[in-house]
Design a protein around this ligand. Structure first.
Ligand code: ADP
Ligand code: MG
Length: 346
């Protein structure tokens, strides 16, 4: 990824392949990947033929507004044929080196429900996601340094749902947050020691099955919680016995679609409201960090409180914005790209 940026925030966009429903409806493509770092959002119809290999659009809506034809630049744009391995190699392998050099790092996947966040972060047994690939690399690098340094590795997997903090590994909570001199502490959270990436993958899958999910009209699989995986590493230099602790956080954010677009009432509505609150707070913090401002409103949500020591300052942050290129998801894709480009704006 280009390194000319002044901040430590990188933004990548990942376009996922069409799903069965999108293919069946033969919608037009609203994203054209131009090169490694640019895409064209909402291209003109004639540009479409590249994607449809000659297939004509089923209909043309003459009441439709003009195409936006927005060229947008990011640190990196991953197209439908890029794998989790590609994202790992280019985006998170460098973070493993940063972590071992003492920087707290965080990786976010952002996007509407169904856009590919969990596929990117967690993946499946057949296509392990960034968390597994990154942890595997971390263990390899730890092994290679074990002559000179001793490492203690513990992980936590938390969920922020409706501003409640739950432990996904033990399925317990809500846990309270409190502030001490070292920052924000999650009360009653024990770190789980781990020794291999394989062990971790099983734990992640288990934890993920504990995530709060509710079927809604918009999407039966919709996930309204933020999942925060954190690996805490205590590094002891064998020669001097000096110790320091670093953290790598990987966050599968709740779906970014608007609460208004799901027919939520009552409990669902409250969920929607606090999801927006956390995502909004995260966006505000990242924008302010990118702008180099001093006051960062971490306190505005539990998500940003937990991540306070992993954003800004000496930290490295990667945001992966997940989108679909089907016109069925026009609004979601547009909103996600806008959010991502605001995070990138310096
Ligand atoms: P989200 O977590 O954002 O709601 P998911 O990661 O669950 O979305 O993705 C929705 C569906 O699309 C899943 O069935 C997933 O396997 C599939 N999918 C997402 N991204 C990709 C990709 N890059 N390649 C192949 N399938 C994908
Ligand atoms: Mg998901």
């Amino acid at each position: 990824m280009p390194s000319e940026q002044h901040t430590n925030i990188k933004v990548a966009v990942r376009v996922r392949p069409y799903n069965v429903r999108e293919l069946e409806q033969k919608q037009r493509s609203i994203i054209k990947v131009m090169d490694r770092s640019a895409l064209l959002f909402d291209p003109d119809e004639e540009d479409d033929e590249f994607f449809f290999q000659g297939a004509k659009q089923p209909y043309r809506d003459i009441t439709k507004r003009m195409n936006k034809k927005l060229t947008m630049e990011f640190d990196r744009v991953f197209d439908i044929d890029n794998s989790n391995q590609d994202l790992f190699e280019e985006c998170t392998a460098p973070l493993v080196d940063a972590v071992l050099n003492g920087y707290n790092c965080s990786v976010f996947v952002y996007g509407a429900t169904g856009a590919g966040k969990t596929f990117t972060m967690l993946g499946s047994e057949a296509h392990p996601g960034l968390t597994y690939l990154t942890m595997q690399d971390l263990f390899d690098k730890i092994q290679a340094q074990s002559d000179v340094r001793k490492f203690d590795v513990g992980v936590s997997y938390l969920e922020v749902y409706n501003e409640h903090v739950m432990n996904l590994l033990t399925k317990s909570g809500p846990l309270k947050l409190r502030e001490d001199n070292n920052g924000v502490v999650v009360s009653g959270l024990c770190l789980t020691p781990i020794y291999s990436a394989e062990e971790l993958l099983r734990m992640l899958m288990l934890g993920n099955s504990h995530r709060t999910q509710h079927p809604t009209d918009a999407n039966a699989e919709s996930s309204r919680s933020h999942a925060i995986f954190q690996v805490h590493i205590r590094i002891t230099e064998r020669k001097t016995d000096t110790k320091r602790t670093v953290k790598l956080s990987m966050i599968d954010l709740a779906g970014s679609e608007r609460a208004a677009s799901t027919k939520g009432i009552g409990v669902r509505f409250k969920e929607g409201a606090s999801i927006n609150k956390s995502l909004l707070a995260l966006g505000n913090c990242i924008n302010k960090l990118a702008d180099g401002l001093k006051h960062i409103p971490y306190r505005d949500s539990n998500l940003t409180r937990i991540l306070k020591d992993s954003l800004g300052g000496n930290c490295r942050t990667l945001m992966v914005a997940n989108v679909s290129m089907s016109s069925l998801t026009y609004e979601d894709t547009y909103n996600t790209l806008k959010y991502a480009s605001r995070a990138k704006k310096i």
